[in-house]
Design a protein around this ligand. Structure first.
Ligand code: GAL
Length: 444
């Protein structure tokens, strides 16, 4: 039986994906994050990785640990050559706070020098660096003082950010403050499957608010330098549209609207209206209206992978589940290929009225039998949004190479390059050529 989908669906049999168009100067790139690729981290994640869940299973799929990951810390020159070979002009990476400031107030100049060297090597290869200051990981000292649970701790993140900015700003013009505050919050404080493994909606609201305030404080600090206007500072926001399983069930719609508020709209409101609120059934509302997010974005980084389909349940312990229709083609992650999601997400962040950069989009596809289609269809959706007026400046594919995919360990293969984790050999995947072809077509 053909299921009627309640959400926007395009007829891909009628769409010609090569009718795409991208403006001159569009930034094509690839993205990674420090903990996922560098190796030898000593942070909240490395500590978390050794542990077990309440049911006795390891917290990380297969009991994997990040350990040396892609050894990117030592192999960055080789990896920059791989980036260049793709034909892209941007590399988005993150700096590892725990390496730069292993103890509170004690900065390691050699770690900062490392990132300067990375920037120099990128420049020499003609690739623009885009730096993320916080990508899920905290130094242990910061984690142990409650990290972003306490508003007073934000100053440590501002101090670190200022230090990195001062050290790298002669090479870096585009800065992402915080990667996906809602993912950090929901996984660490609501689902409890990422560090610090708490399940406390009230605290989740507090953390989310503090991350947004942290963004604003970092924005203000970096932009207040004498040459602040020369730098673009933005946040990276993951948007996941939530769609009901049963369009005739009001409870499915209701749960979608709650999840959308917490995961998507809360942060968007903060930047669009200056107000933040967070509410889940059974908790007090966390409201934050004093500090305004208005005017604290030079751009918004948008990460989108797919949508979620919500089936409500009359069960107070688990009031919903994610469940997809049989005709939805899945990625290796727990969500399907649904290119309309990126289009719908762009339409939402567009209302903030700042330029958009797609800071992440990509597919986990071990068999490499869907990557090509994913790339051409999602880029079709991005191009369509641009044609309809969205101000999108760039697109960074996630990820340059296979890496440590958080609680999914090494099982998920997001890389344009396959990595053999015993030999560290990188090999271009067939499906990735679709990205290279599109990049070549729209680069002068
Ligand atoms: C994002 C995250 C990345 C990467 C990606 C693929 O949420 O920022 O670090 O893991 O998802 O799942």
């Amino acid at each position: 039986m053909q299921v009627r989908h309640p959400e926007t669906r395009w007829d891909w049999n009628k769409i010609e994906v090569d009718t795409i168009d991208f403006p001159p100067g569009f930034q094509w790139g690839v993205a990674t994050s420090s903990h996922q690729v560098e190796g030898n981290c000593n942070n909240n994640w490395s500590r978390w990785e050794g542990g077990f869940k309440a049911d006795g299973n390891p917290r990380i799929h297969n009991g994997d640990r990040s350990t040396i990951a892609c050894d990117h810390w030592n192999r960055y020159e080789e990896d920059i050559a791989l980036i260049k070979a793709l034909g892209v002009g941007v590399y988005r990476f993150s700096v590892e706070w725990s390496k730069i400031e292993p103890e509170a107030g004690n900065f390691d100049d050699s770690a900062i020098q490392h990132y300067r060297d990375v920037c120099l090597a990128l420049k020499a290869a003609g690739i623009t660096p885009v730096v993320t200051l916080h990508h899920f990981t905290n130094p242990l000292w910061f984690e142990d003082m409650g990290a972003f649970e306490n508003e007073e701790n934000i100053r440590y993140f501002v101090r670190f950010s200022q230090r990195v900015f001062d050290s790298l700003k002669d090479h870096v013009a585009i800065w992402c403050t915080i990667n996906e505050p809602a993912v950090y919050t929901s996984q660490g404080y609501f689902n409890g499957v990422w560090p610090p493994g708490k399940q406390n909606p009230q605290l989740a609201g507090e953390v989310m608010k503090n991350l947004l305030v942290a963004h604003t404080r970092v924005y203000e600090a970096l932009k207040s330098s004498a040459d602040g206007k020369n730098y673009q500072v933005g946040i990276v926001k993951n948007v996941f549209p939530f769609d009901p399983y049963n369009r005739w069930n009001p409870l499915d719609w209701f749960v979608c609207s709650i999840l959308d508020g917490v995961f998507n709209q809360g942060a968007l409101d903060y930047f669009q209206t200056g107000k933040f609120s967070f509410s889940m059934p059974g908790m007090d509302k966390v409201k934050y209206i004093n500090k305004s997010g208005l005017g604290t974005l030079d751009f918004i980084g948008l990460n989108n992978y797919s949508h979620q389909r919500v089936k409500s349940r009359l069960n107070s312990k688990e009031f919903f589940r994610f469940e997809f229709y049989p005709d939805e083609e899945m990625t290796d992650m727990f969500y399907p290929i649904y290119p309309e999601a990126i289009y719908r997400s762009i339409k939402r962040v567009k209302d903030i009225d700042v330029p958009i950069i797609i800071t992440e989009n990509g597919i986990a596809d071990k068999k490499d039998d869907r990557r090509r289609r994913y790339i051409e269809r999602y880029l079709y959706a991005v191009s369509k949004a641009i044609k309809e007026g969205a101000d999108i400046r760039g697109y960074y594919y996630w990820s340059l190479m296979d890496n440590f995919e958080w609680s999914e360990g090494y099982e998920m293969k997001f890389g344009l390059y396959e990595v053999d984790f015993t030999t560290q050999v990188r090999t271009l995947r067939e499906g990735s050529k679709q990205y290279m072809d599109i990049v070549a077509r729209f680069s002068q």
